[in-house]
Write a protein that binds this ligand. Structure first.
Ligand SMILES: Cc1cc2nc3c(=O)[nH]c(=O)nc-3n(C[C@H](O)[C@H](O)[C@H](O)COP(=O)(O)OP(=O)(O)OC[C@H]3O[C@@H](n4cnc5c(N)ncnc54)[C@H](O)[C@@H]3O)c2cc1C
Length: 448
């Protein structure tokens, strides 16, 4: 570790040293990891030095920016912490360059002044690099596709310790694999991506009380297929505890939240949303025109760290029978222990392959399903068991795969389920070429 300290301009923390625990603790505090050391890099060259050091010393390499999607198998690895790579350059012509530690929150604050927007996720405090490496399926995905479809270039360090400029022309294989392949081929040190000319959106959420959950869910299922690609929506069965930040009308109750983002005019947005506004009496109606930089308010996901246990699936359909299966397994009165069971409508622009192909798979799934529960004992076994039961109840509509941002953290099995066999084979082959010592294999490309 002294050698590594001499070679990096950032800092190296070993277990027990002040700073280690803070950096090694992910956002999801239910995930416990014990890396051999944390390198808080301050330059891209530091990343290259850390990778070379790991190769020379028989260590595996993991990467963390915010810890929103960290896998639990980092024990003994060298953890590269990127939060100090904080360059955020907004080009008013419509593109940005961000260091690997930059979150969407920073990007949105910086783009607002230019009337520009980025394709962030529903929680803007995840990093651009980590999010984009897994595709990036956000609250405008049906209109503009995945975030990885808008990437112009990466700077990335591959497993041989080389810092490379990765574009479709300069490194076509890496450009394909870094967009969707998570960190299996390299560690991104900077991302350059297109922004959208989109100062305002018509967006927000409608919340309905327990007595309306079934009717609203049924109405939502029938409404979704009518929507144009300018609209992206999701529905969440919610059981929020009474705690600071949870609005009083929602606290301690079973409610349903309908999220809606429309990129056209206010009038058109209101017209499309009208059938759902009348599907029940909303407890809260928070859908209105807003600056696109405030898109995080649509889902209002918690910003503070949580002990969460999550499970994801993709669905072929969300029809009448699917709704009934969902409500029977996770609706009001079922005793579901989940904080949220979310169904996201996919399709639209997501289902179109970008001009330059990428490793992101399963674009033709119709819906995504995601459960979130509190992971701490004593709830943990009940939450996990219920999630398994719910997934079994939805078997008839399982698409048969997942998306990497929602499952790569579940270890090799989750990672594998994110790809078709062909894409997995290609990623594995490229990992053999660009990561010859298999340094990046943690929770990623299966054993080679
Ligand atoms: C509350 C919440 C909401 C979310 N909403 C969405 C959503 O709407 N859409 C969506 O697509 N995803 C969503 N996610 C998933 C999230 O995008 C992924 O977990 C993502 O990996 C987080 O990136 P991070 O760098 O912030 O997290 P970290 O935990 O720091 O990193 C997670 C993983 O990302 C990869 N990674 C991180 N940095 C780099 C890098 N520099 N180079 C290469 N790979 C890297 C690595 O595989 C790493 O293990 C959500 C997650 C949470 C917890």
């Amino acid at each position: 570790m002294e050698t590594l300290r001499r070679h990096v301009s950032g800092s190296v923390f070993e277990p027990g040293e002040p700073g280690f625990a803070e950096l090694a603790t992910p956002w999801n505090v239910a995930v416990r990891t014990s890396p051999a050391a944390v390198v808080a890099v301050s330059t891209a060259q530091d990343v290259a030095e850390a990778v070379l050091f790991a190769a020379a010393n028989g260590l595996l390499v993991a990467v963390q920016a915010t810890g929103h999607g960290i896998a639990s198998d980092h024990d003994g690895a060298l953890l590269i912490h990127t939060r100090a790579l904080e360059e955020c350059t907004i080009n008013p012509e419509g593109w940005a360059r961000t260091g690997a530690g930059v979150t969407w929150k920073t990007v949105l604050a910086a783009t607002a002044a230019h009337g520009l927007a980025g394709l962030c996720g529903l929680a803007p405090n995840v990093s651009v690099a980590g999010y984009t490496s897994g595709g990036g399926i956000g609250p405008m995905v049906r209109t503009f596709g995945a975030a990885s479809d808008r990437v112009r270039a990466f700077d990335a360090v591959t497993g041989d310790g080389r810092l490379r400029r990765v574009t479709a022309e300069s490194e076509p294989e890496l450009f394909w694999g870094l967009r969707g392949g998570k960190s299996s081929l390299g560690i991104i040190t900077a991302t350059e991506f297109d922004l959208l000319q989109l100062p305002y959106i018509y967006a927000g959420a409608l919340f309905f009380d327990t007595g309306h959950v079934d009717a609203v869910t049924r109405a939502w299922a029938q409404w979704c297929p009518t929507l144009p690609a300018e609209a992206t929506t999701s529905l969440a069965l919610m059981q929020l505890p009474p705690m600071p930040g949870v609005p009083e009308p929602l606290a301690g109750k079973f409610t349903v939240a309908l999220r809606f983002v429309f990129t056209g005019s206010e009038d058109d947005g209101a017209r499309w949303l009208a059938p759902m506004r009348s599907a029940g009496v909303p407890l809260i109606d928070a859908v209105a025109m807003m600056p696109s930089s405030m898109i995080g308010m649509v889902h209002s996901d918690p910003e503070d760290p949580l002990p969460a246990t999550e499970r994801s699936a993709l669905l072929t359909d969300f029809s009448t029978d699917t709704v009934e299966a969902l409500l029977q397994a996770a609706g009001p009165g079922t005793g579901s222990p989940q904080l949220a069971v979310e169904i996201r409508q996919l399709g639209g622009a997501l289902s179109q392959e970008p001009d330059v192909a990428s490793a992101l798979c399963h674009r033709d799934a119709a819906f995504g399903m995601h459960t979130v529960g509190v992971a701490a004992p004593p709830e943990l076994p009940a939450v996990a068991e219920h999630a398994t039961g719910l997934h079994t109840a939805m078997n008839a509509w399982q698409f048969g795969g997942t998306l990497p941002n929602f499952s790569a953290a579940q270890g090799p099995e989750g990672f594998t389920s994110s790809y078709t066999p062909q894409v997995l084979d290609r990623l594995t082959e490229l990992a053999g070429k660009y990561d010859p010592n298999a340094l990046f294999r943690l929770g990623q490309v299966p054993a080679r």
